[in-house]
Design a protein around this ligand. Structure first.
Ligand code: NAP
Length: 360
């Protein structure tokens, strides 16, 4: 199979660095272009990223010497030279919309980690194991943008990527209400303990805009395709609290759930153990073999022990028990910059590639 040539926009950022690490040795994707702001443009990647490199492994050889481009000024040249781009940038919202639609209109598909396009009804927002069928709306989007190839596909917010996967196989029991308290790692803010020392021995009970995203985005993931667009689900009612905690990587969620038809505990654990999505059926390279993993031990999942399960792409679940207000409560965990960001982006791109959306 011919490899697709790819670019990373926002390559010097926390998510961009993860993309570069994941693309160092990818069987389908070949890293060709790196782009960031004008501050980084014109410098070799290793110099542009400098001390901001936050990954545990060194900068991959295939990236270190690539001269970084300006994501805005060099857009036409970048769009022409790759098959698609990943995008994760920190820019004002209106500029992100212009940037992503700009690449799409230049016939360069965009797989984005940014929030700006998430609620467009003709933009698929993918957790590939849960809503792979939503890629079909790309045809409607291409008509709106006037493109043959170009489109934007997005990934949802990292905060929902443990409890939405965990609840997904339980939908057949009619999920009516969900309360999720999310304990979110500092890498979700693009930070490390070196760059955010105030987080050592601390907890901050506010993450701007996060609770709204955590409550709204699952409804789109569980939405139905109708007349070429995604119509959000109306159930369940979801309420969340999002707290920043002193953990480097890994978002943990304490979930309470109420059903129309209460399943047994055994049925829930069996549903998790047996669940397979489109990535597992297609054998996508980044797909975890076992997507949902239930731990019987009382003290699991733990961020430090379990976030890297299946290369950080699996979701860990534990402490399932009955609740006095809801039917059940449990705890779940996913790696926020792998499953929740760059890894989820790469898996979404693999799904799009497998379905022919990057073909010329
Ligand atoms: P970050 O570490 O602050 O990196 C931001 C990137 O944007 C850098 O590469 C920066 O380049 C680039 N940039 C800034 N201004 C630009 C401009 N005018 N033109 C082109 N590039 C520009 O941010 P991050 O944590 O990686 O997050 C990036 C995006 O992903 C955000 O939308 C965030 O909400 C989203 N996201 C993050 C996570 C996570 O876990 N961190 C999870 C899901 C989604 P320079 O170095 O040249 O300034």
């Amino acid at each position: 199979m011919k490899k697709f040539e790819v670019g990373v926009i926002g390559a010097t950022g926390m998510v961009g660095q993860r993309f570069i690490t994941l693309l160092a040795d990818h069987p389908w994707f070949d890293l060709k272009v790196l782009a960031a702001s004008e501050r980084s443009a014109g410098k070799p990647y290793s110099e542009a990223v400098g001390a901001k490199w936050a990954m545990k492994t060194p900068i991959p050889e295939n990236a270190a010497n690539i001269v970084v481009k300006d994501a805005v000024k060099d857009m036409a040249e970048i769009a022409k030279s790759v098959d698609f781009v990943f995008c994760a940038v920190d820019m004002p919202s209106d500029e992100i919309i212009t940037l992503e639609q700009g690449y799409a209109k230049l016939e360069c598909p965009v797989v984005s980690n940014n929030k700006e396009h998430r609620l467009f009804p003709d933009v698929p927002m993918l957790i590939p194991e849960c809503n792979a069928e939503h890629v079909a709306v790309i045809e409607t989007q291409r008509k709106r943008l006037g493109t043959k190839r170009g489109f934007v596909a997005v990934k949802p917010n990292c905060s929902i990527q443990s409890y939405v996967p965990a609840l997904h196989p339980l939908k057949e029991y009619g999920i009516s209400a969900v309360l999720a308290c999310n304990y979110q790692a500092i890498s979700g803010a693009g930070k490390t303990f070196e760059t955010w020392p105030e987080m050592v021995d601390n907890l901050i009970p506010f993450i701007k805009g996060e609770e709204q995203k955590s409550e709204i985005e699952p409804m789109k993931i569980w939405g139905e395709l109708k007349d070429g667009v995604i119509v959000p689900a109306e159930k369940p009612v979801i309420t969340t609290q999002c707290l920043r905690v002193p953990v480097s990587d890994g978002h943990t969620s304490a979930v309470f759930v109420k059903f129309d038809r209460k399943p047994s505990k055994e049925a829930m654990i069996k549903a998790w153990a047996e669940y397979k999505g489109e990535p597992q059926r297609l054998g996508l390279p980044s797909a975890p073999k076992q997507f949902l993993n239930y731990f019987e031990e009382d003290n699991r999942p733990q961020a430090k022990l379990d976030r890297n399960l299946e290369n950080g792409m699996a979701v860990s679940i534990g402490r399932l028990r009955e609740d006095v207000l809801f039917d059940y409560k449990f705890v779940c965990l996913s790696h926020n910059t792998l499953r929740g960001a760059a890894g989820g982006g790469v898996l979404a791109a693999e799904l799009l590639a497998a379905k022919g959306y990057f073909d010329r």
